[in-house]
Unconditional design. Structure first.
Length: 222
């Protein structure tokens, strides 16, 4: 179970690499439902999310990457819809602005807004075709959706390592229009922290040799 579980209304929602999405009781640990949605799920470090009576997760592994986003009923695990983004997702996390829609980005940094009830695409845009990022998009309280991507194709990203540049992009939730973008001096391989950040903690794996650099961007841009 490589993903972060969702905790909501007394239940725990998660998925496993064998293609199951399931719910457990937070009080007893008892399995409430389990739905086999596909043959296998990638081992990237994404997030199972839940909001408004649904559970959303990245599924359907192809060549070690998830190529589908699935929506299930949070009460009984019944499948609601499945969408296939233009390219695979990586470290998937859906965000919910509270208006019956959901937002996420794919591996290339392209943003999507879907209707939660039926998966209908409302808009998509941005990103860098052929690129790859470990990063995840963040929904701000200012009506903007912040995505990240690398500025070169995947094979070049691998050769440049930590010295390649990337982009942080802000888009309107309503219509997907770009508000601004900022270049990052290194690959933006994480989710942006949005807000009045007074103190920021950054964790590093034991034995990691690479240094870290924080990049601050003023959200009040022209």
């Amino acid at each position: 179970m490589p993903d972060v579980a969702a905790l909501f209304d007394g239940e725990i929602y998660n998925k496993d690499t064998h293609g199951r999405v399931f719910a457990l009781s937070m009080d007893t640990g008892k399995e409430l439902w389990s739905t086999k949605v596909c043959d296998g799920i990638s081992q990237d470090n994404g997030f199972v999310t839940s909001h408004g009576g649904v559970v959303m997760a990245a599924t359907d592994m192809r060549e070690e990457k998830n190529v589908a986003v699935r929506d299930l009923n949070a009460t009984d695990g019944a499948p609601v819809w499945t969408v296939m983004p233009d390219v695979n997702v990586w470290n998937f996390m859906a965000s919910f602005p509270g208006d019956g829609t959901a937002l996420f980005q794919d591996q290339s940094g392209q943003a999507y807004r879907l209707r939660v009830s039926d998966g209908r695409l409302l808009w998509k845009g941005g990103g860098y075709t052929g690129s790859w990022t470990d990063g995840t998009a963040t929904l701000g309280s200012d009506g903007l959706f912040y995505t990240v991507y690398n500025n070169v194709p995947n094979n070049v990203t691998k050769s440049l390592g930590p010295d390649g540049q990337g982009t942080l992009c802000a888009r309107n939730v309503a219509d997907g229009s770009e508000v601004w973008r900022a270049t990052t001096p290194r690959p933006p391989n994480n989710a942006p922290a949005v807000g009045r950040v007074l103190q920021l903690c950054i964790s590093s794996a034991c034995g990691c040799w690479q240094d870290f650099r924080r990049r601050d961007v003023d959200l009040q841009r022209d």
